[in-house]
Design a protein around this ligand. Structure first.
Ligand SMILES: Cc1cc2nc3c(=O)[nH]c(=O)nc-3n(C[C@H](O)[C@H](O)[C@H](O)COP(=O)(O)O)c2cc1C
Ligand code: SF4
Length: 469
């Protein structure tokens, strides 16, 4: 090991981190936040490609690996992974067993509820559909598409229907009946039980971005019943979910959540709307009081300011201003942009007398940067999504002081564009396929004692145990 490596073994980043109430210890303080891979089968089962990428992350040695957003409702949701039924347990268990065999990383799935969303329809298709649903008179079908569009407010006076026309139908929490809301905690709890059965160390509740739970937590929540309006009402469902999950799995498995330190929704008025850090501090204190084992802080990623999708595509919540704050993808975006949010939430949680660990993420790229975040007490754990996608071996390379071997993320939009198109997520820096075309591969495993060849492609023979503690 080089002298830098020897020094780093004493760094805070590479000290083990006890977490939760069940005696779990992260081997180091590097956290892989959830990133969807679009590698499941069309009906949500684990594939060899899913196993390969997570095994690859496990070999890289991040202290925590959060498995991508995994659905809790038993509905068709394409190649997203699911924990919505017991039939998904065996595949996920095989994946977890394989990861355990090669690393000490703690592994939990992020469990998510999301509402219905449809593609933006061509004008004629929209008109015919609206007529079938009784929204348009039959005579309107005699209009040309241009005539209908020119007088849209006359034919579709409801702003909601106009939005459906321009952006595609999107269900919101204001559409949910009380009966539907009451089923949500049970779905989360059952998914958490299945995660436990599959051998995961707990779950991360997805309370962030554009999805159901974040919408309940938001000041934009426009429900007029006990699930909207006041802070107490907006906290109600998230706290019901936390209680239901904890009752289901017991004290020991990790139960934490990812939520937004700031929503950053750019309004038509040019002002920023949604929850601010102050709102997020109050939310964090309540969630910590409810007994969550960690708070992972993200930012933005909302539908409200997303761009209009092309006809035939659905809205994607990472295309507007809030999306950009969620996944900062410009080379000129400052590094560590979200650290102040995590620091502010951590401060509020500590001031309330609680010790719940706080995770930060967002353009963290260098060892010194990560270490100073921890040294200065701005977060307890350092999340790196794209940096670990670009180079899953980052923890081992940093630990060995071999930064020169790093395949450093350049924060291009490639992986995020693959996500938007629901294509298998890869990194543009990975070695290409034999034809030199688009990479569908999983990169090779770095070995400090062997010449490093960045074209080396992962094979299951590489899956020998590694350690980064
Ligand atoms: C391809 C891709 C998929 C993502 N999927 C998820 C997800 O499933 N759940 C989630 O909470 N965040 C998701 N994110 C956001 C990341 O976890 C992370 O918060 C964001 O990329 C900023 O961190 P970074 O700068 O370290 O990449 C995704 C990001 C990318 C690029
Ligand atoms: S595709 Fe671009 S942004 Fe994504 S991990 Fe690779 S270098 Fe980073």
């Amino acid at each position: 090991m080089n002298p830098q490596g020897a020094q780093r073994s004493r760094s805070r980043l590479f000290q083990p981190f006890p977490i939760g109430k069940g005696g779990l210890v992260l081997p180091n303080r590097i956290w892989l936040p959830a990133m969807v891979t679009w590698r499941g089968t069309e009906d949500g089962f684990v594939t060899p490609s899913v196993r390969e990428i997570y095994l690859r992350y496990a070999l890289g040695g991040a202290g925590m690996i959060v498995l991508e957003a995994t659905g809790i409702r038993d509905i068709a949701s394409g190649p997203l992974l699911r924990l919505s039924h017991d039939r998904f347990v065996p595949g996920l268990k095989a994946l977890r067993d394989e990861m355990r065999a090669v690393s000490d990383s703690v592994v939990i799935p992020q469990i998510i509820d999301f509402l219905k969303i449809a593609t933006r329809k061509p004008t004629r298709v929209f008109m015919e559909d609206a007529f079938r649903r009784g929204l348009l008179a039959e005579s309107v079908l005699g209009l040309s598409e241009a005539q209908f569009e020119a007088a849209l407010p006359r034919y579709l006076p409801s702003p909601r229907h106009q939005r459906d026309f321009f952006y595609g139908y999107r269900q919101t929490i204001e559409d949910l009946s009380l009966d539907e809301i009451r089923r949500i905690p049970g779905w989360f709890a059952s998914a958490a039980r299945r995660a436990q059965a599959a051998g995961f160390d707990g779950v991360e509740l997805h309370f962030a971005h554009a999805y159901t739970m974040a919408a309940f937590l938001s000041v934009t929540n426009a429900r007029t019943d006990r699930y909207g309006g006041s802070f107490e009402n907006r906290m109600r469902l998230p706290l019901e979910v936390v209680r239901a999950v904890r009752e289901e799995v017991g004290r020991d498995p990790l139960v934490g959540c990812r939520y937004l330190g700031s929503e950053d929704i750019l309004g038509a008025d040019g002002a920023i709307h949604g929850n601010t850090l102050e709102d997020a501090q109050a939310i964090g204190v309540e969630l910590a009081r409810a007994g969550l084992d960690f708070l992972s802080i993200s930012r933005g990623g909302k539908f409200e300011d997303a761009k209009q999708p092309p006809v035939g595509e659905a809205m994607y919540p990472y295309t507007g201003h809030s999306g950009h704050t969620c996944i900062p993808r410009g080379k000129s975006d400052p590094v560590g942009v979200n650290v102040p949010l995590a620091a502010g939430i951590r401060q509020a949680v500590r001031a309330a007398g609680l010790t719940t660990p706080v995770v930060t993420s967002g353009k963290i790229i260098a060892f010194d940067q990560a270490e100073s975040i921890l040294q200065e007490g701005r977060a307890d754990l350092v999340g790196m999504a794209r940096a670990l996608l670009a180079d899953p071996d980052l923890p081992r390379k940093w630990r060995a002081g071999s930064d020169a071997d790093l395949r450093a993320c350049v924060f291009c939009p490639f992986c995020e564009e693959e996500d938007q198109r629901h294509r298998v997520v890869t990194c543009t820096l990975w070695p290409k396929g034999p034809d030199g075309g688009r990479s569908r591969l999983t990169p090779g495993v770095w070995r400090p004692d062997a010449p490093w060849n960045s074209r080396h492609v992962f094979s299951f023979a590489d899956a020998t145990r590694v350690t980064t503690a």
